[in-house]
Design a protein around this ligand. Structure first.
Ligand SMILES: [Zn+2]
Length: 452
């Protein structure tokens, strides 16, 4: 049903008996933090920060929150917790168990990167653990405010990364749904986003992400393994290494799942796979701790005795000095390393060593933003003449084969977003967030077309 009102790029929303203020992600894909005042309680849904941005500061209004609810453990949704807790926040932090587990890995790493000593990292983790309130999907959680009747919260599957949720909030005077980031239907490992909502009263406000609100993904989730198989087998013909730059959270695990599928079915043979990202390895362990959240296909694999994130010839590379040795290994191997857009991490060393080698193949499995090394490599590959890129102040010729695997997006596209919204009965207002202006406008028009 079309809502009475669709708002784009709007930071403030009034509610019956409350209000919602977006402290980030109003008209861009920037860190999310949404302050919801409802039933006399002040709740912060997500508390994100940009990656490694030293000039960034948390919006002061976030510090007024009495409780935090996390939709999922990407840094742009949880990274600000370090600042919030250091500033004295001591309220409960509600999230699914998987989100808590992954956020803990991320935040420890973030505190360490800021230069904290081991004892300080441990002290922060102790404070974080004391505030953590793990919740189950679809189970009501009562959050009392200092005044008023309080709020009941539900965490509904969002299908974006393991543990991801949309948050449904209900107070005496109003009802709100915050989508969080929404994944694509039929994504490997992950269950699809929730589409069965209770229909007992109208939803006063739905806040929906719009990252890909203006786009249509061409590749269906089911055909991803076919595309990956084709690229790998083509890459293997000349006997060079295959490099896969990848985000550590969510993406590494999807890749392992697809590779497991190909290896177990004999579609890719005798290819050693190295996971050369300590963060990716830790998050993969967290995924394995929450197997109960996997989708049906993954659960069936487990029932048949297959660990869907593990297969023969899969190697974990924890130590930096082992990472340095990989490029020199003579037989071809596939190396998964961070970061996803080649802006840092161990992939840089591999690219420096192997981009000049014509037998090398690089497979990009995600979007490459402007001004990143990943984008420069992609652009160089499309050029008629031999191009170079700069890595660690060294000019490196791009002679490797460059591929892009489409469809492995963690975000729903326009039709999938309108589909998600369309399943909510009787939404009075829709606010779009976490997307650029043009994406929001395009998505708003698509929602309007839902019913003439
Ligand atoms: Zn996300």
């Amino acid at each position: 049903m079309t809502p009475k009102e669709i708002r784009t790029q709007t930071p403030h929303h009034d509610l019956p008996g409350g209000q919602v203020n977006l402290l980030g992600a109003v008209s861009e894909v920037t860190p999310s933090a949404t302050l919801v005042e409802l039933g006399g309680a002040r709740l912060l849904v997500d508390c994100g920060a940009p990656n490694h941005d030293h000039g960034w500061e948390l919006d002061g209004a976030a510090r007024k929150a009495e409780a935090v609810l996390l939709t999922h453990a990407h840094f742009d949704h949880v990274g600000g917790l370090v600042d919030l807790i250091d500033g004295g926040f001591d309220g409960p932090i509600y999230a699914t168990g998987a989100t808590h587990a992954i956020a803990r890995i991320l935040l420890r790493d973030s505190v360490r990167l800021e230069g904290a000593r081991r004892s300080e990292v441990d002290a922060f983790t102790k404070r974080l653990d004391a505030l953590a309130r793990p919740v189950s999907y679809d189970a009501p959680v009562t959050i009392a405010g200092p005044s008023g009747s309080g709020v009941t919260a539900w965490f509904r599957e969002a299908g974006h990364i393991l543990g991801s949720a949309s948050v449904e909030l209900e107070g005496a005077a109003s009802r709100v749904i915050v989508s969080g980031d929404l994944g694509r239907p039929n994504s490997p490992i992950l269950r699809d986003a929730n589409t069965s909502w209770r229909n007992h009263r109208p939803v006063d406000l739905v806040l929906m992400e719009s990252t890909y609100g203006g786009r249509v993904h061409k590749v269906e989730g089911e055909s991803l393994a076919d595309s990956l198989e084709e690229i790998i087998n083509r890459s293997l013909q000349d006997g060079g290494h295959i490099l896969v730059p990848s985000f550590a959270i969510g993406r590494v695990q999807l890749l392992l799942y697809l590779l497991d599928k190909l290896v177990e079915a004999g579609r890719v043979k005798e290819l050693p796979v190295a996971v050369d990202t300590p963060m990716g390895l830790r998050v993969t362990e967290a995924y394995k701790d929450y197997k109960k959240l996997y989708d049906r296909e993954a659960v069936q694999k487990m029932a048949a005795g297959d660990d869907p994130l593990d297969f023969e010839n899969l190697f974990a590379v924890n130590r930096h000095r082992d990472s340095l040795r990989l490029a020199g290994v003579e037989t071809p191997m596939l190396i998964i390393a961070g970061s996803g857009m080649c802006t840092g991490g161990r992939i840089l060393g591999h690219l420096r060593a192997l981009l000049p080698v014509p037998e090398t193949d690089v497979i990009f499995v995600g979007y490459q933003a402007r001004r990143t090394l990943g984008r420069r490599i992609l652009d160089a590959a499309g050029s008629e003449v031999e191009e170079t890129v700069w890595i660690h102040r060294e000019e490196i010729p791009v002679r490797a084969h460059i591929h892009q695997l489409h469809g492995l997006s963690a975000h729903a596209d326009q039709a999938e977003l309108t589909g998600w919204f369309g399943a909510i009965p009787d939404a009075r207002a829709l606010g779009l967030m976490h997307g650029e202006g043009r994406a929001q406008e395009s998505l708003a028009q698509a929602v309007q077309r839902l019913t003439p």
